[in-house]
Structures are given as structure tokens and as C-alpha cells.
Design a binder for this molecule. Structure first.
Ligand code: HEC
Ligand code: HEC
Ligand code: HEC
Ligand code: HEC
Ligand code: HEC
Length: 252
């Protein structure tokens, strides 16, 4: 009797399985790609568990970035502060604290924002429970990219060049693409992004030293006509190493 299925039909299950696997991969990959939040994109602005405002803290109160992002000038990564840093000011116990008084109306009758704000209540709940605030990450490079904060800030590349006017943001969003083209554009011509952190060029009598976390001053300075050709070029010449453009500098 002729067999029901010819020998050639034996491959059918294998082909079917392979097709199924490919489809599954496409489905998972596709969902992953399209359904994950749009990280690494200009304008990305997730809702945060506590409405923390850089505009209030960095601009209005004038707190330096490094008060909270402590390791940004020392290590590759910038850290996000723990609740205890916030509690240096927002603790309910310490009503002698100058910052608490600051938030009371000048006649002293209006209750402090510190007692009423729902966001500060949430913050105190995290503190009481000993939990970290689950902040949503905004800026993120793929794992295969090598990036170092300290290496940039200590040669005079300001937070401004990569994060924009964070100090004016009530809610953080991404300003630059952080793409390879973005990195390389500056690496090929850093002049218009360098400020004089160590006062090296100030000695030439052409500029005063500026700290790169003073974003307003940095912005004004970099926007001065002829800045890149004059101060920027001098600073670029003084760099120990030219910003690298070879692949292995940024890729492991
Ligand atoms: C009082 C503390 C505090 C100060 C001062 C502060 N920050 Fe932040 N920063 C935070 C907290 C908390 C977050 C995480 C929540 C958020 O994204 O809003 C954050 C987030 C950020 C992020 C986004 C991180 C991410 O997820 O990608 C950047 C960039 C940043 N800060 C830069 C700055 C710069 C630049 C300054 C100075 C001009 C500054 N910060 C001053 C507390 C602070
Ligand atoms: C150096 C002191 C100081 C530190 C540190 C500090 N804050 Fe504040 N914060 C203040 C003051 C003062 C105000 C009131 C500002 C105003 O509106 O005049 C305030 C306001 C706020 C508000 C606004 C309340 C509202 O509803 O308007 C929130 C939320 C807040 N802070 C969260 C945080 C978080 C989260 C941290 C830690 C990442 C933090 N703060 C660190 C001093 C501080
Ligand atoms: C040359 C560009 C550049 C400069 C200058 C720069 N950053 Fe960043 N920043 C980045 C990139 C890129 C990331 C994402 C890094 C990653 O995913 O590894 C980032 C991430 C961060 C984060 C998130 C870290 C985390 O762990 O969640 C904070 C906070 C931050 N930067 C703060 C700062 C502050 C404050 C300054 C200035 C003192 C600064 N940055 C200067 C490019 C820069
Ligand atoms: C606004 C200008 C600017 C941008 C944007 C920038 N860089 Fe740089 N980068 C520099 C300068 C200037 C140096 C030289 C530092 C020195 O001379 O030590 C440098 C040095 C480096 C180095 C060598 C030092 C080290 O860390 O070992 C690496 C790697 C690097 N950058 C990676 C990146 C990556 C990745 C990005 C994009 C996410 C980036 N850079 C974006 C200006 C920039
Ligand atoms: C100054 C730092 C820097 C240098 C130098 C650099 N890259 Fe990149 N590269 C990046 C960054 C940052 C990304 C991530 C871009 C993103 O997330 O969109 C990237 C992404 C990539 C990707 C992934 C592309 C994609 O679309 O996702 C490839 C491939 C790549 N780089 C190859 C190279 C090669 C080859 C060289 C040398 C000719 C090189 N890179 C040099 C910073 C750099």
C-alpha cells in the first residue's frame, strides 16, 4: 500500500516549527520595540512617583546640581539622590530648619507648603517605610556604549550641552537625542561647548572661570559672539586628549 504521507512530508513538522519560532521572535521583538516606552528619544518625559521640580530647587532655591547628583564629577555615572538627601530639608521634625521657614508666608500665618503638599506627603511615606522613591529613568544609553560623566564635566563640558536647561524644568524631559551622531558632532568640534572650569584661559585675561553646573551663566557665555573661535578654541587646544572618534573609545 502507498504510505499516507510521502517521505518528503517528514520535513513538514520541522519547517512548521522553524516558521513558528521565527514568527514568535518577530512578535516578541516587535512588541518589545513598539510597546516599550520611548526611551532615548527627544521629549521623553515620564510621570514621576513624586512631582519633584528642578525649577524650584535648582533655579528658585539655587541648590547646586552636585548637592543631589553627588558623584557626577567623580564617576562615570551621575547618581539620583536618596530620600535622605531630600530629608535634609523636608523632615517634619526640624522646624528650626531655614528652608522650612522659607516656605511659610512672610506674616507667618499661612501653613508651610511642607505640611500640605500631597507630593511631600508621598515623600514622607517613602521615608517612613524606608523605601527608595522609584524614579523613572529618563536618559539611557544602550549597554554597549561607554560613557563617563566626570571625564566630560571636568574638562568643561556643561550639563547644559547634553541635558539642556534642567534648572528651568518643573518636570524633567530629554532635550538631546544622545545618538552616536550627537556625540560625534561635539567630538569633532568641541570649541562651542567648552567652558573654563579651571580658570586656565582666565589667566590670558579673556574670560572668568565658570562652573559647568551654573547653567544660566554657561548658556550666556557660550552664546557670546565669537566665543567658540576665541575662548572655546583656546580651551580645546588645552585638552589633554582630543575627544576620541575611533569606535573602540565608545564601544566595548
Ligand atoms: C534637590 C535635589 C536635586 C538637585 C539640586 C538637582 N537634581 Fe537633578 N534630579 C533630582 C531627582 C530626585 C531626580 C529624579 C527625578 C526626576 O527625574 O525628576 C533628578 C533627575 C535629573 C536628571 C534626569 C535623570 C534621568 O533619569 O535621566 C537630570 C539630567 C538631572 N537631574 C540634572 C540636574 C542638573 C543639571 C541639576 C543642576 C542644574 C540638577 N539635576 C539638580 C534631584 C536633584
Ligand atoms: C536644600 C533644601 C531642600 C532640599 C535638599 C530638597 N528640597 Fe524640596 N523644597 C524645598 C523648599 C524650600 C521648598 C518650597 C519651595 C517654594 O515653593 O518656595 C521645596 C518644595 C518641594 C516640593 C513642592 C511642594 C509643592 O507641592 O509645591 C516637593 C514635591 C519637593 N520639594 C520635593 C523634594 C524632593 C523629592 C527632594 C529630594 C530629591 C527635595 N525636595 C529636596 C527645599 C528643599
Ligand atoms: C556629554 C554629555 C553629558 C553631560 C555633559 C552630562 N550628562 Fe548626564 N547623562 C548623559 C548621558 C548620555 C546619560 C545616560 C547615561 C547612561 O545611560 O549610561 C546621562 C544620565 C544622567 C543622569 C541619570 C543617571 C541615573 O543613574 O539615573 C543624571 C542624574 C545626569 N545625567 C545628570 C547630569 C548632571 C548633573 C550633569 C552636569 C553636572 C550632567 N549630567 C552632564 C550625558 C551627559
Ligand atoms: C558637548 C560636547 C560633547 C558631547 C555631546 C559628548 N562628548 Fe565625549 N568628550 C568631549 C570632550 C571635550 C572630551 C575630551 C575629554 C578629555 O580631553 O579628556 C570627550 C571625551 C570622551 C571620551 C574619552 C574619555 C573617556 O571617557 O574615557 C569618551 C569615551 C566619550 N567622550 C564618549 C562620549 C559619548 C558616548 C557621548 C554621547 C553620549 C559623548 N562623549 C558626547 C565632549 C563631548
Ligand atoms: C563618541 C562616541 C562614539 C563613537 C566614537 C562611535 N560610536 Fe557608535 N554609538 C554611539 C552611541 C551613543 C550609540 C547609541 C545610539 C543610540 O542609542 O541611538 C552608538 C550606536 C552604534 C551602533 C548601533 C546603531 C544603531 O542604530 O543602533 C553601531 C553599529 C555603532 N554605534 C558603530 C560604531 C562604529 C563602527 C564606530 C567607529 C566608526 C562607532 N560606532 C563610533 C557612540 C559612539
Amino acid at each position: 500500500m502507498k504510505p499516507l504521507f510521502s517521505k518528503r512530508m517528514n520535513v513538514v513538522p520541522h519547517v512548521a516549527l522553524a516558521t513558528l519560532l521565527v514568527l514568535a521572535f518577530l512578535l516578541i521583538g516587535g512588541t518589545w520595540y513598539y510597546a516599550t516606552p520611548s526611551f532615548w528619544e527627544v521629549g521623553y518625559q515620564p510621570d514621576q512617583p513624586v512631582n519633584y521640580s528642578h525649577q524650584i530647587h535648582a533655579s528658585k532655591l539655587g541648590i547646586d546640581c552636585r548637592y543631589c547628583h553627588t558623584y557626577v564629577t567623580e564617576s562615570r555615572t551621575a547618581n539620583v539622590p536618596s530620600v535622605s538627601t531630600c530629608m535634609n530639608c523636608h523632615t517634619v521634625v526640624d522646624d528650626k530648619n531655614g528652608y522650612l521657614k522659607l516656605a511659610v508666608s512672610s506674616d507667618g500665618t499661612t501653613p508651610s507648603i511642607h505640611w500640605q503638599s500631597p507630593d511631600l506627603q508621598k515623600l514622607r511615606e517613602f521615608w517612613a517605610a524606608g523605601e527608595a522613591v522609584p524614579w523613572k529613568r529618563v536618559h539611557k544609553l544602550p549597554d554597549y556604549v561607554n560613557f563617563n560623566h566626570a571625564a566630560h564635566i571636568n574638562v568643561g563640558v556643561s550639563c547644559l550641552s547634553c541635558h539642556g536647561r534642567i534648572d528651568e524644568m518643573p518636570k524633567v524631559h530629554q532635550v538631546q537625542s544622545l545618538s552616536m551622531a550627537f556625540c560625534l558632532e561635539c567630538h569633532r568640534a568641541p570649541d562651542k561647548n567648552l567652558v573654563d572650569v579651571h580658570g586656565a584661559v582666565a589667566e590670558d585675561g579673556v574670560a572668568a572661570p565658570i562652573w559647568p553646573t551654573d547653567l544660566a551663566t554657561v548658556q550666556d557665555t557660550l552664546a557670546r559672539p565669537g566665543y567658540a573661535q576665541d575662548v572655546g578654541a583656546r580651551l580645546a587646544q588645552r585638552l589633554r586628549d582630543a575627544p576620541p572618534t575611533h569606535c573602540s573609545a565608545c564601544h566595548y
